[in-house]
Design a protein around this ligand. Structure first.
Ligand SMILES: Nc1ncnc2c1ncn2[C@@H]1O[C@H](COP(=O)(O)OP(=O)(O)OP(=O)(O)O)[C@@H](O)[C@H]1O
Ligand code: NI
Length: 307
């Protein structure tokens, strides 16, 4: 069963240019993605493809001027703003992308303890600090006294002690040494295995492949493909979308084959398929409408030509 479902989500911003012309910035378009109980869904894609905004939309912490349509369900029920306020930090926890998300004026031990919603907060904080190799004296420190890696481990600790059923981890590992990366990923896997679920936003496809069940590939604010991890292998012949194939082949271990062109800016999206301007398979029909996601073998793809 899906614990968390995002259905046809679109997010845009309106802003005015210097000539007082209004521009609509479509940062997320017709996006659907879900995560099942026991599952890790990884989200990969270029910078600016809307990954963090998706996390913010789920938690109800988008900027106030965001225009949102579509639906989000948690446990089969619509996640209305009051439910978001009630559940965020309790049932759904975020590991934010920026270490600046820590409260600069609160000692980090206290920050972790306030995230514990039931049971003995002091014991839970002590235990999680040991698990993440944070010395007992770190508890009394303020965020500015932490190294980047320590701050990152504090953020992960905060989500881990919350008792949530869903963790949305937005780039949880930058700045961590190799051992800490491996441990953090292992803990996310164990967390999902205990009838919970993880949405793992990451640039690190290699790591995602080690622990995720499925991978959603983002491009210009929407999914172009959602496929099981086992499809990410070889030459990418089992990936269905041309961008997923290109992303896969651009990895260093797959020959670093670059993709010409760049992702369109949200102020100026092409009509129709968002990848068409860079796609070798594009035809006139691709420019007509944004293709729907459709099932293809063991995955789903947003491309009319994919077979
Ligand atoms: N408050 C905002 N107003 C207008 N545009 C915004 C706002 N916040 C983000 N954007 C734009 O939305 C797009 C998606 O941003 P987002 O932070 O979700 O990308 P991302 O995929 O998380 O990127 P990264 O991998 O670099 O973290 C970007 O083009 C960004 O400039
Ligand atoms: Ni981001």
């Amino acid at each position: 069963m899906a614990i968390l479902e995002v259905e046809n989500l679109s997010v845009s911003f309106k802003r005015y240019t210097r000539g007082f012309k209004q521009v609509k910035s479509n940062v997320i378009s017709s996006l659907s993605v879900e995560v099942e109980e026991g599952e890790i869904m990884a989200i990969v894609g270029a910078s600016g493809s809307g990954k963090s905004l998706l996390a913010q939309a789920i938690l109800g912490i988008l900027p106030r001027n965001a225009i949102v349509s579509g639906g989000i369900k948690y446990g089969g029920e619509v996640l209305t703003p009051p439910r978001q306020r009630a559940l965020c930090g309790r049932e759904i926890a975020l590991v934010p992308q920026s270490v600046n998300s820590l409260d600069p004026l609160m000692r980090v031990g206290e920050q972790v303890r306030t995230s514990v919603k039931s049971g003995n907060a002091a014991a839970a904080q002590k235990e999680v600090f040991e698990r993440y190799h944070l010395d007992a004296n770190v508890e009394k420190m303020y965020p500015f006294q932490l190294s980047g890696g320590m701050a990152r481990r504090v953020l992960i600790s905060t989500a881990m002690v919350s008792g949530a059923r869903v963790i949305i981890a937005d780039e949880p590992t930058p700045g961590l040494d190799e051992r800490s990366v491996a441990e953090a990923l292992k803990h996310l896997r164990e967390f999902a295995d205990s009838r919970c679920a993880v949405l793992l936003i990451t640039h690190d496809i290699e790591s995602a492949l080690k622990i995720a069940d499925r991978i959603a590939v983002f491009y210009a604010g929407t999914t172009v493909e959602i496929s099981p991890v086992e499809n990410f292998r070889g030459n990418g012949e089992e990936l269905w979308h041309p961008f997923s194939k290109a992303l896969w082949r651009a990895l260093p271990q797959n020959g670093f084959v670059p993709i010409p062109g760049s992702q369109p800016h949200p102020d100026d999206l092409p009509s129709g398929c968002l990848f068409a301007p860079r796609c070798g398979m594009a035809s006139a029909e691709c420019g007509e409408a944004l293709p729907d996601m459709r099932k293809l073998r063991n995955g789903s793809v947003r491309c009319i030509h994919a077979t």
